[in-house]
Ligand binder design. Structure first.
Ligand code: ADP
Length: 394
């Protein structure tokens, strides 16, 4: 097991495509880190550079104690699981899992071990190796719950079972690190959620350093000890799922993480006597006292208020300047809660996540109370910094 460390790593593809731009990241021993971001953000390229499948244009990658920049993929002591986890169709599950080990250990052809032994004369060593491989395959099959499938061929397996075999193939290697590239994308939604939980449990058990790539923010949040949010080849935030959700460093991260996504109200800050107000163009909301100090320097300037859907609820006896008058367009009951799509005259697309029993009617006006202690304020621009966080560690 090992740390994986990236120092100022960049990748420029031919044609001057800057896929990864000066990325530094320290993945701790045994940690599960998820790289997440929209398509084209550079997450696969980053993973492929760790694996050695792409050259590094600049920077250093270390696995354990060793700088691996010039080391071939097969010598990096990592195991990778891809989205297309092509299993060998003519081999049983057992052989699919054992095959990589046989190749690596140059133990000779599976189908003709006797010939190999005779030809090379390493009887004892070969037999010990074979026993070790058998032990590893059976252990992995036990961990993954596929012991009874070992003699089947891939075509007789479900999608989820095949994926388990692909993971098993990685486990038997006892690598320093696992690299996963969207391994669950080919599975249907329900199976994906099941496999997600299995991968998490597996990591708790084998405790191997893991780097996992996905475009699915929910998958990232549920799996990662830490989540690395990328865009345009750059890391925007690297933190625990809780931190990324509760304290997004900028508007991009805030909008990327969470479903339904955070609502953004563009507006302006005003001072009225000793209080601050946020003017969304038509209605005014009072800035919570805890945000005054950080927001004072933005008075008179445009800012963006970030409101998660669950921070809006139907108002009951709400104080002035804590509510928005909205027009409801669609009500989506989800069973345990309800999503309400609505608009103010200045903001056409707002989503509120309210209690299942809340009385909100489609096509009618409603008054929504905003949890102003919990909203975020961002500087203008799509990557506008989160002003509410300040620069300290509070
Ligand atoms: P992601 O995995 O986040 O979707 P990638 O790492 O695959 O993103 O790609 C990052 C950027 O690099 C994209 O703009 C993509 O088009 C570009 N890119 C990826 N592979 C190549 C390649 N082999 N040649 C040129 N450009 C590439």
């Amino acid at each position: 097991m090992a740390e994986v460390i990236l120092e100022n790593v960049s990748k420029v593809y031919p044609g001057d495509v800057k896929a990864v731009d000066d990325v530094s990241l320290q993945i701790r021993d045994r940690e599960f880190v998820v790289l997440v971001g929209p398509s084209g953000c550079g997450k696969s390229t980053t993973l492929r550079m760790i694996a050695g499948l792409e050259d590094i244009t600049a920077g250093t990658i270390r696995i354990g104690e060793r700088v691996v920049n010039g080391v071939a993929p097969k010598d990096r002591d990592i195991a990778m699981v891809f989205q297309n986890y092509a299993l060998y169709p003519h081999m049983t599950v057992y052989k699919n899992m054992a095959f990589g080990l046989l190749l690596r250990r140059q133990f000779g052809a599976w189908d003709n071990p006797v010939g190999f032994l005779v030809a090379h004369g390493h009887w004892k060593k070969a037999r010990a190796e074979r026993r070790e491989i058998d032990r590893r395959v059976r252990d992995a099959a036990e961990i993954l719950g596929i012991r009874e499938l070992l003699e089947r061929r891939p075509k007789a397996l479900s999608g989820g079972q095949r994926q388990r075999v692909a993971v098993g193939r990685a486990i038997v290697r006892y690598p320093k690190a696992f690299l996963f590239d969207e391994p669950l994308s080919n599975l249907d939604a329900k199976l994906r959620i099941g496999m997600r939980a299995e991968l998490k449990a597996l990591h708790r058990r084998v405790q191997t350093t893991t780097v996992y790539v996905t475009h699915d923010q929910e998958e990232a949040m549920t799996l990662g000890d830490r989540v690395v949010v990328m865009k345009d080849g750059v890391i925007h935030q690297c933190a625990t799922p809780y931190e990324v959700y509760e304290r997004p460093v900028n508007r991009f991260v805030a909008g990327f993480v969470g479903t339904p996504p955070m609502n953004f109200l563009t507006g302006r800050l005003l001072r009225e006597n000793d209080r601050l107000l946020f003017d969304e163009g038509d209605q005014r909301l009072a800035v919570s006292a805890q945000h005054h100090e950080r927001l004072a320097r933005f008075v008179g300037q445009p800012v963006v208020m970030g409101v998660r859907p669950e921070m809006l609820r139907p108002a009951v006896d709400a104080p002035p300047h804590t509510t928005l008058n909205v027009q409801v367009s669609v009500v989506e009951p989800l069973g345990d809660r309800t999503d309400v799509y609505c608009a103010t005259p200045k903001h056409a697309h707002l989503i509120c996540r309210v209690e299942a029993r809340a009385r909100v009617a489609e096509g009618a006006p409603a008054v929504m109370q905003v949890d102003l202690d919990r909203v975020h304020y961002f500087e203008a621009g799509e990557n506008g910094p989160n002003v509410t966080l300040g620069h300290g560690a509070d």
